[in-house]
Design a protein around this ligand. Sequence first.
Ligand code: GTQ
Length: 351
Amino acid sequence: MSVAAADPKHNVQTVRQNFYDKISKQDMTPLWEVLRNVVTKEPKSKASAKVWKYDDIKKSILEAGELITPEEAERRVLVLENPTLRGQSRATNSLFAGVQLIMPGEVADAHKHVSSAIRFVLDGEGAYTAVEGEKANMARGDFILTPNWAPHDHGNPGKNPVLWLDVLDMPTINHFETSFMEHYDEKAQNTNREDGDSLERYGSGVLPDGQTIDTFKHRSPVINYTYARTRPICERLMKTGDVDPSHGARVRYSNPVTGGHVMSTMGAWLAMFPKGFKGKDYQSTDGMIFVCVEGRGSTKVDDKVLEWGPNDVFVIPPWKKYAHNCPEQTVLFSISDRPAQEALGIWREGK
Ligand code: GTQ
């Protein structure tokens, strides 16, 4: 008797393996061998918790400023790659993050793409982003939108290097394989709408008469949510004690036409934390990208503690329990893919 026949378990395994090998040639495979990996009991993110220190970012991007022009690069950006997702141009599984530098006198040519972008201004003044004909002047802490298919170009007529965080949804767009992009013949678009125009028109409690809400169903019409306007609202919440045990005195950037998120694929928040804040553990299915705007502190995630200060960028993967600790008054900006998850009905949180 052969060994296989004498050992029914071995025999079964051999027979099964032969079967798997046979059907593999027809591009088929047994689900029961992989089911637990594809239907997990709870989210198992491949991303890691990570802080990028602003000192490192700034040194390297200024060095890149001497290596390549925006004309050559199209966009002079250093990608913040999640350490366990290297080579994939992503900070979380669904979002790209990078830091862009524009030196005095430089421009980054007009183009448009399906991927939506946001800018969060980190350093320097005097640059602008032009979006759909509106020239948005950039100041530190400003949150600027470049929605899906909106033409945009950047320029720096000022005297200082200007640096900002870019977050784009391209991993999400590429997941659906729906990326398109176009360049313009002109370097910069015609800007006949001045700085703040969209905010005045759409964020003042009135709307242009006859405006159909449908136009702004998936994206806010407001281009620049300035820090000068948003920060005092967090301060107001903090003073009146509207401080969430996990999220602090937090506002959600919203579409003034619908009250929803600013875009369909990315949502953002600004939060102020009182001195001595010790956050309660929180988890949600959206991986978070944070920027420290003011103050300093740390975030506990699993058995790691991420320490951060001004302009540091850090990532918390989906469903990891995390808690902020702020020994001094702190402001954090955050962004995630929560609107996309909510639209699909799959977003969850745990407290
Ligand atoms: O400024 O248009 O970080 O197209 C990546 C792709 C920035 C931009 C990025 C882009 C841009």
